[in-house]
Design a protein around this ligand. Structure first.
Ligand SMILES: [Zn+2]
Length: 445
């Protein structure tokens, strides 16, 4: 599918425009979608300076009436918190005639996304950093009543990113975007595995939106780090195509695999970087990618004849033992009982496990070769991430190696989405593989 075909097959987003100088096209896009409506720019003090102010001048010059902008900074401070949504809503006097314009990346976009939904309006997102794939995904990750959750809301109607502005964003944000985009490699490998086991068949049209193009989008990590506008445009495009693929599929399988589970665990644990601030999503995911790639290498080291079905069946716990296991790994989280239901859904009977493992053993070499056609090996993955400026060892995100290693078992309990973690668990080799990763100093160092 080309971009036009993708945009016609998603329900929320109609226009995605990326390039040098495309800030000039915003007025005509605004008029095309919302003729006669007023605009209200929501930015933070950085994104206002980076492009918000200029966008305002351009829209005003083209005769679009703008309400006074809402600029988060000092004060009100910008937090991924529902109170920001209320602040925005309070600013809108006449919701029927006002279209919000988000100027920023993750948090600004999430706040405006949810506020627009509550105001029953579409919105325009003007992206200022190629930092994550959430621009055109539905849902906003915001804390409400102290609890981080994904609040329902549609993706933006229009997304614009001017590479002249993307290149002024801090280097760490583009690196984070590169990490989030590289996660589609491990996510793709996980989908190949889940397709093979029959747990989650690949949707070819969704697969083709992201996977065949990944090599091109990820090809120039060093140039990305140097702020090359063409490479920034490629990464921004890749991130947005990933978001669109999620829109088409209606769930995040298209863009997220086991590496995201590692990031979710660290986020839920309240993990902070050395500067005391939360570690960016893309940076957590980068380390998650390396954890997962190391596991892929250890699992697929196994030859078909070494798959011991009898041993795996003996090792597979009874449900009562499984409950104790989940408690021991997830008991540190306040809402850990929800993982009983998640794990129950993917718990297999002995017969089911036996049939699954026999099929796996039969097709093992084929599966292995399909995974390695998709996934770079650990050393290559590490050097790509390193060149882009992404973290490549636990210490780079202020995590110790033992904590990173202890995340494998937690992540396996986290979601009912079949990944390499489940494959290793069902084969009865997850602990053994993590032990080998621990002993091999090439991994996660
Ligand atoms: Zn992500």
């Amino acid at each position: 599918m080309n971009l036009k075909e993708i945009l016609t097959s998603v329900k929320d987003t109609d226009d995605l425009l990326i390039g040098s100088g495309v800030i000039e096209n915003c007025a005509s896009l605004f008029r095309k979608h919302w003729p006669g409506k007023n605009g209200l720019i929501v930015a933070d003090s950085n994104t206002w300076a980076a492009g918000g102010e200029r966008l305002g001048t351009l829209l005003d010059g083209e005769g679009i009436f703008l309400l006074p902008p809402l600029i988060f900074g000092v004060p009100p401070l910008l937090h991924a918190d529902y109170t920001g949504v209320e602040l925005i809503i309070n600013q809108v006097v006449n919701p029927r005639d006002t279209i919000l314009i988000a100027v920023g990346s993750g948090t600004i976009n999430d706040l405006v996304k949810r506020a627009s939904f509550e105001l029953n309006q579409e919105y325009l997102c003007f992206g200022t950093a190629a930092s994550m794939d959430g621009y055109c995904s539905s849902g906003a990750a915001l804390a409400r009543d102290g609890l981080k959750q994904t609040l329902a809301c549609p993706a933006p109607k229009v997304i614009v990113a001017d590479t002249d502005i993307l290149k002024t964003a801090p280097g760490a944000s583009s690196a984070a975007g590169y990490g989030d985009l590289a996660s589609k490699l491990t996510a793709g490998a996980d989908w190949i595995i889940a397709d093979f086991t029959g747990d989650d068949p690949i949707d070819e049209s969704v697969w083709n939106i992201v996977q065949p193009r990944l090599g091109v989008w990820l090809a120039e990590p060093a140039k990305l780090r140097a702020g090359n506008p063409d490479v920034l445009a490629a990464v921004f495009e890749g991130l947005n195509f990933s978001g669109l693929a999620m829109q088409v599929l209606g769930r995040s399988r298209a863009a997220s695999g086991a590496e995201h589970l590692f990031s979710h665990i660290w986020e839920m644990s309240g993990h902070l970087g050395a500067d005391g601030n939360p570690v960016s999503h893309g940076f957590q995911v980068s380390l998650g990618i390396l954890c997962v790639t190391a596991l892929m290498e250890e699992v697929f080291r196994l030859k078909a004849h070494e798959i011991d079905i009898e041993q795996a069946l003996r090792q597979y716990p009874s449900w009562d033992s499984r409950v104790l296991e989940i408690e021991s790994f997830m008991g540190c989280f306040p809402s850990y009982t929800e993982y009983f239901d998640i794990c129950r859904e993917k718990y297999l009977s002995r017969d089911e496990l036996q049939i699954k493992l026999s099929r796996l053993k039969e097709g093992w070499e084929e599966l292995k070769s399909n995974v390695w056609k998709k996934l770079p090996h650990y050393s290559e993955m590490k050097s790509m991430l390193e060149l882009a400026g992404c973290p490549v060892s636990p210490g780079d995100i202020n995590l110790d190696r033992a904590t990173a290693l202890s995340t494998y078992r937690k992540a396996q309990c986290m979601r009912n989405r079949y990944t390499i973690l489940d494959l290793a668990y069902e084969l009865g080799i997850l602990d053994r593989c993590v032990g080998r990763i621990d002993r091999n100093q090439l991994y996660l160092n």
